[in-house]
Design a protein around this ligand. Structure first.
Ligand SMILES: *Cc1c(COP(=O)(O)O)cnc(C)c1O
Length: 429
């Protein structure tokens, strides 16, 4: 790896000052502002594999990885080549392309029960559209969601969202009317709720990864499936993080529980804006132009995004997941050991290649427990201890740790060494 590229315009501090004058909080997505950890965000100049470099030339081992899309690491040569090639042939047409067909075929081939998809431009858009579809198909109004699960920033789904919503200390958001959430019911994660016949859809992150990492307890997802079947409601797996990261067949393949509706994002766009929702051919038959549920997008199925997504999926064979999980196990073991050696109370929950971190004695099972563990003031200190040592974790305690296939064993060991130092600092300060 070489040092920083061409000299960038200014320091992190200068850029942050300029940014704050022209963008709220200096950022285009709240968590990036470092509000919950304090300090000045690093402004990225470039990235490669497991690393990002800031505008001051500092290198960080990156566990943010754009909060999920970077499963191959940054600027993977296949993805860069695919995007370059696609860009030269035009960036958007407003007409169908072969790569959209290939993308949909790839997704349906991997996920058991998924027969048709509609490509959109973000995870938010995917879930928002999927909820409309569920309401259209069932003719019912109510959406059930679980506290601490994040499903994007559409009005009806922000209530008790995890991720940045949790970091801002907001229950939901100002500017959302009572009417917009009147049909949303929020209930605790890992408890199967009673459903009545007004329920159109139960939305769940099959592994909750936006309140830190909270695994589903045994029987939870199966219980949701049964409850939805009894009530005639649809079960929606929001696989925007788990999809094509947890394993070849996403959470559906991992847990062997089949929802009625899926949402995807992050990994499938390879770092370009793309999301998708899908279901059986029967359910997707309700989507326009086949049916009466309207959904559209100028940039949907964008040629750069499908080119990148296909390049990513081509690399994600079953063996890739074995490698990714082995790397994550190594990191989990190393972090656990580092905290124990320093006498720091912490848990490092893992589901396959998904990893979390809480400064608590036990793994949280719901949002209340996750909040207590995330808001005890330890995470910001650990975060800065790691950043000083050249390791970038997410600037907020509610995010997962994203390891990529570009993180080698050596990089993991370097991370663990940094963690040992940061943990010692926690114990002594
Ligand atoms: C990130 C995320 C979303 C929203 O996706 P965007 O592309 O940020 O709009 C929705 N659901 C889950 C589970 C997510 O992690």
């Amino acid at each position: 790896m070489t040092a920083a590229g061409p000299l960038a315009a200014g320091s992190n501090r200068e850029l942050f000052e300029r940014a704050q004058r022209v963008m709220p909080g200096g950022v285009n997505s709240p968590v990036r502002s470092f509000r919950s950890v304090g300090g000045t965000p690093y402004f990225v100049a470039r990235a490669s594999g497991p690393f990002v470099w800031d505008v001051e030339g500092r290198r960080y081992i990156d566990y943010v990885q754009s909060y999920g899309p970077g499963i191959l690491g940054h600027a993977h040569p296949d993805v860069v080549a695919a995007v370059r090639d696609a860009a030269g042939r035009g960036t958007s047409y407003g007409a169908p392309t072969e790569n959209e067909v290939r993308m949909a075929e790839e997704m349906c081939a991997r996920v058991d029960g998924l027969e048709m998809v509609r490509l959109v431009s973000s995870g938010t858009e995917a879930v928002m559209s999927a909820v409309r579809l569920a309401r259209g198909v069932t003719g019912r109004p109510t959406v059930v969601k679980f506290a601490g699960c994040y499903h994007g920033h559409s009005d009806a789904l922000l209530v008790a969202g995890g991720s940045g919503v949790a970091q801002q200390g907001l229950a939901g958001s100002e500017g959302v009317t009572a009417g917009a959430v009147a049909d949303t019911v929020v209930t605790p994660y890992n408890v199967v709720p009673e459903l009545d016949e007004t329920v159109a859809v139960v939305c769940v992150e099959p592994v909750a990864a936006n309140m830190g990492l909270v695994a589903p307890v045994a029987g939870f997802l199966e219980g949701l499936r049964a409850a939805c079947d009894r009530a005639g409601a649809l079960l929606l797996f929001d696989e925007v993080i788990t999809g094509f990261r947890l394993g070849w067949g996403g959470a559906t393949g991992w847990f062997g529980v089949r929802p009625d509706v899926w949402c995807f994002g992050k990994v499938i766009g390879g770092g370009l804006p793309m999301g998708a929702f899908g279901a059986s051919a029967e359910v997707m038959g309700a989507v326009a132009p086949l049916g009466g549920v309207y959904q559209a997008g100028t940039l949907s199925g964008n040629p750069l995004a499908t080119a990148a997504g296909l390049a990513v999926l081509a690399r994600l064979d079953p063996e890739a997941y074995v490698r990714l999980e082995a790397l994550v196990r190594r990191l989990q073991a190393g972090l656990t050991e580092a905290f124990a050696a320093a006498g720091v109370t912490a848990v490092v929950p893992r589901v396959g290649p998904l990893l979390g971190l809480f400064f608590a004695a036990a793994e949280p099972v719901d949002f209340d427990e996750a909040k207590a563990a995330a808001d005890n003031g330890v995470y910001p200190r650990f975060f800065h201890g790691m950043l000083e040592r050249g390791v970038a974790l997410a600037p907020g305690a509610y995010e997962a740790i994203f390891v990529s296939l570009a993180h080698t064993e050596e990089i993991i060991d370097e991370t663990v060494e940094a963690a040992a130092g940061a943990a010692r600092d926690l114990a002594t300060s």
